[in-house]
Design a binder for this molecule. Structure first.
Ligand code: AMP
Length: 113
């Protein structure tokens, strides 16, 4: 999709520090990490947000979650991690392309909001 930063990362016109890639998803380091390890996992297809997941596209979410343990292992997150999705205005979603934050590398704050 035009004017989508993460679509530009998928097509290579914006560089990223990749951790994992296959034909359906991409994982790359967040530009402004909020934990010692902060990676974003995104579908290559453009879905704006969690609020637009339905029966026609939810398979990609299952696929992402099936790959996260493998990505976490690559990142040495054997002691655990947090998966975060921000959705919409109140969820403080800044990039309107579905993504899951994978955060870890230390004991995280127990509060989430
Ligand atoms: P969110 O606020 O949940 O929409 O998260 C968007 C995330 O994308 C933020 O943590 C940003 O730091 C990150 N981000 C934005 N642009 C880039 C980029 N070009 N490469 C890597 N991470 C980015």
């Amino acid at each position: 999709m035009a004017d989508c930063i993460f679509c530009s990362i998928v097509d290579g016109s914006i560089p990223s520090n990749k951790v994992y890639e296959d034909d359906r998803i991409l994982a790359f380091y967040d530009l402004e990490p909020q934990a010692p390890v902060h990676v974003l996992v995104i579908p290559k297809q453009h879905i704006c947000c969690a609020d637009k997941i339905d029966e026609s596209n939810s398979d990609i979410v299952a696929y992402i979650f099936a790959k996260i343990p493998f990505i976490a292992e690559k990142l040495n997150l054997s002691n655990g991690y947090r998966i975060v999705n921000n959705c919409g205005e109140d969820g403080c979603q800044s990039v309107k392309h579905l993504h899951f934050h994978l955060l870890g590398g230390k004991k995280l704050n127990s509060r989430m909001a």
